[in-house]
Design a protein around this ligand. Structure first.
Ligand SMILES: Cc1cc2nc3c(=O)[nH]c(=O)nc-3n(C[C@H](O)[C@H](O)[C@H](O)COP(=O)(O)OP(=O)(O)OC[C@H]3O[C@@H](n4cnc5c(N)ncnc54)[C@H](O)[C@@H]3O)c2cc1C
Length: 438
């Protein structure tokens, strides 16, 4: 056992060396659910994350469009130690996994790389943006995966209006006021709807030299419809709603290049100073380090108990896992991640008590929702397909309740009510560190 692991806080109940250690990599939805499910277990849990905060990703688009500030959708991971006696939180990036010796390597700020032993390993490292082999696009088209991305996008959007208001060149003004969102899945659709409201309502009257409402918002996708994971009627309704909000929806159009001038899509150049990438995701590199089979997106193929085949004490959960159920993949959504994390936590707790859990993981689909601008959302739950204002209210209610920390729930609720009635967004900041224009 490494020196560092000996320092980890023991629980008084059992002598330190007799206790098994569960290492959880990633404190997203799945990792936190796994740790929580082990709260009564006589076990030592080490939760490792390269960030000190958990992010509520479904509302990242609202940070990117200045509705909410970053702290309102995040919570400190370290808080887990205060809540749960058997947890130790480690701020570190896992850089290697050796399943044979049951160790992982993690680089901590200021402390370098250290080895950590485990008895059980839970990999919950999520996904990252994928540019489908064109990583050079990333320089001009940020993805939306963490708070830094959201703040970068927000600064780009707000900065584009500032530059549009100062330039004397008509073409450059048009380029600054053209926003291209690549990828018409839920993130792209939500971002487009919220951006449309920002330009039409929030920024109204804020500039005398330009009219922000004249900005072009283009939502591009290579597929043939928006929200491709939803049933077709909901896709059509979302498209109609976006069009009504002034968003230009272009489906069946492949992006061939992204550069400092904009994008080339379907053979045509679209000049734009703000391109956002929400088109694809790939798993973090950790599943591959396990030496197990992965799917095309790099997710680990797991058995019905979410174990990595032939590695009995190694589990992969959440977006990092490829889980099949009734011949269909379990979707990469927060509910699936929470349910998988909870399942694995309980399974480990049972094993520690000498009981074998024979019930494989079953995903319970609570439904998927996406917001399309103010007052409108779509919901698909089994054969139930709804859209409109009431669905939007349900969406708002569910999201408020799901936010980490009571404090965030109260703050977000207040912000939403304020924005709803005034159209104002109070988080319209361009950090001084952000360089405007390209
Ligand atoms: C913009 C956006 C909007 C979304 N909207 C919705 C929605 O409306 N509804 C919905 O259900 N789902 C939504 N999702 C999907 C949902 O957020 C994911 O399915 C969910 O976050 C997956 O949880 P996870 O625990 O697997 O991964 P994550 O929540 O991504 O957590 C992974 C954690 O692992 C950590 N990590 C990664 N690599 C390492 C490493 N090497 N070392 C240490 N730590 C590491 C990361 O820092 C992170 O904290 C959205 C996702 C995005 C990006």
């Amino acid at each position: 056992m490494s020196a560092m692991l000996e320092e980890i806080r023991p629980d008084a109940a059992t002598p330190r060396r007799e206790r098994k250690r569960v290492v959880i990599i990633g404190a997203g939805f799945a990792g936190i659910a796994a740790a929580h499910a082990l709260r009564h277990a006589d076990v030592e849990i080490v939760v490792i994350d390269r960030r000190n905060h958990h992010i509520f990703q479904p509302l990242l688009y609202q940070v990117a469009t200045a509705v909410l500030s970053p702290a309102e959708i995040a919570a400190p991971i370290r808080q887990l130690e205060a809540k749960q006696r058997n947890v130790t939180v480690l701020l570190a990036e896992v850089t290697g996994v050796d399943v044979a010796s049951r160790t992982i390597e993690a680089a901590s700020p200021g402390a370098g790389v250290r080895k950590n032993a485990f008895d059980y390993l839970v990999v919950a490292t999520g996904m990252r943006p994928s540019y489908f082999g064109h990583d050079e696009f990333a320089r001009y088209a940020p993805g939306l995966k963490n708070l830094t991305d959201a703040e970068t996008i927000r600064a780009k959007i707000l900065g584009a209006f500032e530059l549009a208001a100062t330039t004397e060149d008509d073409d450059e003004r048009a380029r600054q006021m053209t926003f291209v969102l690549v990828g018409a899945g839920p993130s792209g659709v939500e971002l487009a709807g919220s951006l449309a409201h920002l330009v039409k309502v929030t920024l109204r009257g804020n500039f005398h030299r330009i009219d922000p409402a004249k900005a072009s918002i283009i939502l591009l996708d290579a597929g043939n419809r928006v929200l491709p994971t939803y049933v077709e009627p909901l896709s059509r309704r979302a498209t109609r709603r976006l069009t009504k909000l002034g968003v230009k929806v272009m489906t069946g159009v492949k992006v061939e290049a992204v550069d400092d001038k904009g994008v080339i899509a379907g053979g045509n150049r679209i000049p734009s100073a703000t391109v956002v990438w929400t088109a694809g995701v790939a798993a973090s590199p950790i599943p591959k380090m396990l030496g197990t089979k992965t799917d095309r997106a790099g997710r680990a193929l797991v058995d019905p108990f979410l174990k990595v085949v032939e590695m009995p004490a190694v589990f992969v959960v959440g977006d990092a896992a490829s889980v099949m159920q009734k011949g269909r993949p379990v979707p990469g959504v927060a509910q699936a991640a929470i349910q998988e994390g909870r399942y694995v936590g309980r399974l480990i707790a049972s094993e520690l008590k000498g009981r074998k859990l024979n019930r494989p993981f079953r995903y319970f689909d609570k439904g998927n929702m996406a917001v399309v601008g103010k007052n409108y959302a779509v919901l698909e739950r089994g054969s139930l397909h709804t859209s409109g204002f009431l669905t939007w209210l349900v969406w708002a209610f569910v999201h408020i309740l799901s936010l980490p920390q009571l404090q965030n729930r109260l703050r977000v609720q207040r912000q939403w009510v304020w924005s709803y009635f005034t159209g104002q967004r109070s988080s319209r900041l361009i950090p001084e560190t952000h360089e405007l224009g390209h």
